[in-house]
Design a protein around this ligand. Structure first.
Ligand code: PEP
Ligand code: MN
Length: 470
């Protein structure tokens, strides 16, 4: 693959061409031999996801870009290897499924689901060290690099292979659970609205739940829930493509499922290439806020893979960078190839988002991107001596403003990107349970950013649905 550079030369892309570019957040392993051994092992292991699945997700995202479907993406900030167990996986699948039912009801559109799951193990950090119990130690960089325990902070290349196996085991159980009926829509779902104190809100949510319960019962009665479409629910996987050694090792030149068979002599220049590079570590990968430099290693790596790609866009993103990124990462202007994941914060979104929308929608990339709102990462705050939290009201406010701005600009907000968990954690303030600062210590288990708990996440889905219905 090649692209024209500013001096007119074509720059060849290879799975390791990123190594010639400046890189941020790059780990320096103490033991190169151990690193090389792990990378060789990764290169030998089979793909975690299949090109056919990647291509199918791209089709769904094309529909999102065209305003015909809605994208729900969510999961932990930092997935731990310990989360690779039945209950944690099931509760997250169930929550994403329940939220998507509410969104289907509200937006009257198909919902595409992507988990921040089965590989979200690498975290960018603002500082290489942190103070723990008065001592300066290397920062925790995610289970794929080092351990959270203070005596496990040295980077360990064996963790790369462990990450592969934990991703595979997680995805294996996601597939097994879904194909065996966890997503079976005729089973009664527990909507647990007991915590909602405000009678008006409770009435609103109950209306949705009653409607959905009746609809599911009706479909069961007429047998419509027996069709394959309803028994199984697609759930794609995603993570931040931060650790390029790992991503490169799982990137393979594979047959393109869209290439017409036996077309060797008749294939025209417009037919899709016979083989493409697929990053088989996940269906969808995104470039984080700290690594999206246009001339940097991450953008170089991402421009060569056939997967759909997300780009975090925030207060530090110049509008001109957005176009440069689109031109580099999606030169053929494939609709749905790029998801712009906007995360400004409730206080900044109204002054920054309109110009970013105009930049894209007034260019040759109009109607090609998926606009997705991440109302989490611009709304992090510290309370009570350094506890990281987010207020539900800020999260909802950014989302509400984003919906309004897209409507005013004539563009389509195609999705949300959330940090959430199916557990009853107390990490974000507010919501109908009314969690306050004193409650945060009750069950704060995140090793990175604060997540919405099950009730807060579902409530956000109800509020989005309400926006579309009113
Ligand atoms: C994240 O998604 O967990 C993250 C680190 O986000 P951002 O790159 O937008 O800061
Ligand atoms: Mn995060």
């Amino acid at each position: 693959m090649s692209t024209a550079t500013s001096n007119g030369h074509a720059a060849e892309w290879t799975p390791d061409s990123w190594r010639t570019k400046p890189i941020k957040q790059c780990p320096e392993y103490p033991d190169q031999n151990a690193l090389n051994k792990s990378l060789r092992e990764l290169q030998r292991l089979p793909p975690i996801v299949h090109p056919r699945e990647i291509v199918k997700l791209k089709e769904h995202l094309r529909a999102v870009a065209h305003g015909e479907a809605f994208l729900l993406q969510g999961g932990d900030c930092a997935e731990l290897f310990d989360y690779c167990e039945q209950n944690a996986i099931e509760s997250k699948i169930k929550l994403l499924l329940q939220m998507s039912l509410v969104l289907i009801w509200g937006a009257d559109k198909r919902v595409v689901r992507i988990g921040r799951m089965a590989g979200q193990y690498a975290k960018p950090r603002s500082s290489p060290t942190e103070i723990v119990d008065g001592k300066e130690v290397p920062s925790f960089r995610g289970d794929i690099l080092n351990g959270f325990a203070v005596d496990e902070r040295t980077l360990d290349p064996n963790r790369l292979v462990k990450a592969y196996h934990h991703s595979s085991a997680t995805l294996n159980y996601i597939r097994a659970a879904i194909s065996s009926g966890i997503a079976d829509l005729h089973r009664p779902l527990d909507w647990g609205l007991g915590h909602v104190r405000d009678p008006a809100l409770k009435a609103k949510y109950s209306e949705a739940v009653n409607f959905l319960t009746d609809m599911l019962r009706f479909m069961h009665t007429i047998g419509a829930d027996k069709s394959e479409k309803l028994d199984t629910v697609d759930l794609y996987t995603s993570h931040e493509g931060l650790l390029l050694e790992y991503e490169q090792s799982l990137t393979r030149l594979l047959d393109n499922p869209l290439h017409p068979p036996s077309s060797s002599s008749s294939s025209s220049s417009s037919s899709p290439p016979a083989k493409e590079y697929y990053n088989t570590s996940a269906h969808f990968l995104w470039i984080g806020d700290r690594t999206r430099q246009i001339d940097g290693a991450h953008v170089e790596f991402f421009r060569g893979i056939a997967n759909p790609i997300g780009i975090k866009v925030g207060p530090t993103t110049p509008a001109s960078d957005i176009l440069a990124l689109l031109r580099t990462l999606n030169p053929s202007r494939e609709p749905g190839k790029i998801t712009l994941i906007t995360r400004y914060g409730a206080a900044k979104v109204s002054s920054l988002l309109p110009a970013h929308i105009r930049t894209v929608e007034d260019s040759e990339y109009a109607r090609t991107v998926v606009w997705q709102c991440d109302p989490m990462h611009g709304n992090t705050q510290s309370v009570g001596g350094g506890i990281k939290t987010r207020a539900f009201s800020d999260i909802f406010s950014e989302l509400q403003q984003t919906l309004r701005i897209h409507k005013e600009q004539g563009s389509y907000l195609g999705g949300v990107h959330l940090e959430l968990t199916g557990d009853a954690v107390t990490e974000c303030l507010g919501g109908s349970e009314g969690l306050d600062e004193d409650d945060l210590s009750t069950n704060y288990t995140s090793f990175c950013d604060p997540r919405l708990n099950e009730k807060q996440a579902l409530e956000l889905a109800f509020l989005i649905a309400d926006h579309y219905r009113s």
